[in-house]
Design a protein around this ligand. Structure first.
Ligand code: ACO
Length: 375
């Protein structure tokens, strides 16, 4: 090749498609050990938090140091933020109500001021807590239930959804879920939040970008399809044949596989324990649980046979689906509930990125046609 024909693309490294091994941030927020199947959130293993701490306590853990004016009583501050966000439901006109819930949540949340302060962060955490149950009730022709700022967030969300106080097992199960998904390294939605935050666009824009990334079926949009899969399988005895057919068609089994974990996702076990606790309290349909267990066992056996070179295990979304279904959330709102859990993580990462002072701006390698050399 003559030096004249060497292009800038020739001097560039190969594109890191999927960014698998690219490290673009240092973080104090969480560590995902994909080989050992361990998740650490601000120095605590997931086991020390899930089922033990409230969602508000883990939000305080994540936001600590990123908002100097973080109040000591975060549950009360979030309760007040829920009351403020409730007013946004008034904007849910017929056009917004026709949207899928995650899009309606995005449209209504976009109305929140795009500040960079604590008040904005609290309203963004509160937005899915209030808007998700409100949108469900509006879709059912029911009046939205106003938040009770004195309640814990998990209990209040379930009360706003059903119009009655949840029992302790139900509130504990939702808390366990929200804590389990609060932060998880540089997943696609958190990366999206950091990219947008790095431009100084503000917290609301970063949160909205993260929500957009979250809803895809390869990320936080998977648990609804997990239930679709269970419905399609129908009976435990049909699990293997159905799943085998899906793999023959080239489909992916929802709730299995992960970019980072090569062993079982520790969050799957945290949520399986949550489902077991709900079942012990008589809050999970026993037939549904038997079906899910049969599907999980058949899927793991099939994936091990069909993809021997690729360890594929149960991920967080499989038991998310069962847990949120048992709590009475419609499947199309699962991504909104995920956004409620992940909000503190997104916002802490956004602030951490801004503090680096660096705009995130990677490069691409041009492989398209070149203009002809001038004669
Ligand atoms: N079902 C069937 N095959 C699978 C699955 C699955 N769930 N997951 C991966 N594979 C196969 C792929 O088809 C591919 O096979 P091939 O090499 O023969 O083409 C191989 O395993 C590797 O797949 P990749 O796409 O390279 O794996 P990647 O790490 O990019 O994918 C992902 C991770 C997107 C989560 C994938 O496992 C998947 O699509 N799972 C189903 C959707 C899901 O559960 N998403 C939720 C993830 S958890 C979360 O984001 C909160």
């Amino acid at each position: 090749m003559s030096s004249a024909s060497v292009t800038i693309a020739d001097r560039m490294p190969e594109a890191a498609s999927g960014l698998d091994d690219v490290v673009v941030a240092e973080t104090v927020l969480s560590e995902v050990d994909g080989a050992a199947g361990r998740l650490v959130i601000r120095g605590r293993p997931l086991d020390a938090l899930a089922g033990r701490a409230s969602a508000e306590a883990v939000a305080a853990l994540l936001l600590d140091g990123f908002f100097p004016d973080l109040p000591d009583d975060l549950p009360a501050a979030l309760g007040a933020a829920r009351a403020e966000v409730f007013a946004e439901l008034a904007a849910a006109d017929a056009g917004i109500r026709r949207l899928p819930p995650v899009e309606a949540l995005r449209a209504l949340s976009a109305r929140l001021a795009d500040g960079d302060d604590l008040a904005t962060a609290l309203r963004l955490i509160a937005a899915p807590a209030v808007l998700t149950p409100g949108l469900v009730r509006l879709a059912r022709g029911l009046e939205p239930v106003a938040p009770d700022p004195a309640l814990g967030q998990a209990a209040d969300v379930l009360r706003m959804l059903h119009g009655t106080m949840p029992d302790a097992a139900q509130a504990a199960a939702l808390d366990r879920y929200l804590v389990t998904v609060a932060d998880h390294g540089l997943n696609a939605s958190t990366f999206a939040a950091r990219v947008v935050a790095s431009t100084r666009a503000g917290l609301t824009s970063a949160w909205l970008a993260a929500l957009g990334a979250l809803k895809g079926p390869l990320h936080g949009g998977a648990p609804g399809p997990v239930l679709d899969m269970l419905d399609a399988v129908g009976m435990p005895e049909r699990a293997e044949a159905w799943l085998s057919g899906a793999l023959d068609r080239g489909e992916r089994l929802m709730g299995f596989g992960h970019r980072i974990y090569r062993v079982r996702d520790p969050r799957a076990d945290a949520l399986k324990a949550g489902v077991a606790a709900l079942a012990a309290a008589g809050r999970v349909d026993a037939g549904r649980l038997r079906l899910a267990e049969a599907v999980e066992a058949a899927a793991l056996a099939l994936l091990a046979r069909r993809k021997p070179g690729r360890p594929l295990e149960t991920n967080v979304e499989f038991y998310t689906a069962l847990l949120l279904e048992a709590l009475g959330f419609p499947r199309e709102t699962f991504t909104c509930v995920f956004a409620l859990g992940r909000g503190p993580g997104w916002l802490a990462h956004a602030r951490e990125q801004v503090a680096t002072g660096r705009l995130l701006r990677p490069q691409s390698r041009y492989v398209g046609p070149r203009p002809r050399e001038a004669a």
